[in-house]
Design a protein around this ligand. Structure first.
Ligand code: NAD
Length: 279
């Protein structure tokens, strides 16, 4: 996958990433990541909380692909929103992944339960360390995840570096117009997590009809929609055939009318509320 998006800090990011959420540590995460790398993915998305950084790291090593050809993202979990805790968390992720640097490090969640009384300051402090880590070369780029406009505006009050990425839930029937608009305006690349609706699209009759119309699969139409919107999708699968299927959508040219229809499909899960989640 050679297509890339340009980040606002001058780095480039492969326009399709491989998701690893719920890929169990051990053989499942190892084999699926290895299969993805063999199939041609060059961008892997993991997180401290997924508990699979060691297996992902092993697959990266065993793939034999030169480090500079790979793009690796991991994320700071909700228990570590301070300068010192972020420093320790990044060190742990680097160790588990067995890497010298991470391409993209994200604050996973803007308003965790543990910091709900002072989330703004907690984010600012974690970010201050992430800026230093970028300066020191431990990470190439820094960004956020699940941030809404008020979280981004709060961060901007003290940040020296604008986030390069905001990774949010975006899928057919799950659109977050306000934050999408903000990110576009501020040159923040939008990554789509759950781009296949975390599996629920496969039973949707509207998506079935569109897949038939374009002569592709539901997954491929959903991923083509992501690109149509300018999002960077992170599909996950642990099955080799689906891993390959989820790379094969660049030839789909959705009509504007179908793209608009997909955006508004009703009855599908919408985005979580980061200010009220129970974690
Ligand atoms: P997804 O939308 O990628 O759906 C994955 C599920 O769809 C799979 O478990 C499988 O059941 C099914 N599937 C995949 N390909 C298929 C195919 N071709 N045919 C039929 N079924 C198929 O959901 P996800 O894994 O939750 O999200 C993708 C990635 O985004 C994650 O793996 C993770 O890396 C990231 N993510 C980030 C956050 C966040 O808070 N930042 C949250 C969730 C996920």
């Amino acid at each position: 996958m050679t297509t890339v998006f340009n980040l606002n800090d001058g780095h480039k990011i492969p326009a399709l990433g491989f998701g690893t959420f719920k890929a169990a540590d051990g053989n499942e995460a190892y084999q699926s990541t290895l299969d993805a790398l063999k199939a041609g993915y060059r961008h892997i998305d993991t997180a401290a909380i997924y508990g699979n950084e060691e297996s992902v790291g092993r697959a990266i090593k065993d793939s034999g692909i030169p480090r500079e050809e790979l793009y690796i993202t991991t994320k700071l979990w909700n228990d570590s929103h301070s300068y010192d805790l972020a420093k320790a968390a990044l060190a742990t992720s680097l160790k588990k992944l067995d890497l010298d640097y991470i391409d993209l490090y994200l604050i996973h969640w803007p308003n965790p339960k543990a910091f709900r009384d002072n989330w703004e300051e907690a984010n600012a402090e974690a970010w201050r360390y992430m800026e230093e880590a970028k300066e020191a070369g431990l990470v190439k780029s820094i960004g956020v995840s699940n941030f809404l406009v008020h979280h981004l505006e709060a961060l901007a009050k003290t940040a020296k570096v604008t986030p390069s990425v905001n990774q949010i839930r975006l899928a057919p029937g799950c659109y977050q117009g306000e934050v999408v608009e903000y990110c576009r305006k501020h040159d923040i690349v939008i990554e789509a997590w759950g781009p296949l609706g975390q599996g629920e699209l496969f039973g949707n009759t509207d998506m079935k009809a569109l897949a038939e119309k374009y002569g592709k699969t539901i997954a491929q139409v959903a991923l083509a929609w992501s690109w149509h919107e300018g999002f960077l999708p992170l599909p996950k699968s642990v099955h080799e055939a689906r891993i390959k299927e989820n790379m094969d959508f660049a030839d789909i040219e959705l009509s504007q009318e179908d793209a608009e229809f997909i955006k508004n499909i009703s009855g599908l899960t919408t985005a979580p509320d980061p200010d009220n989640a129970n974690f």
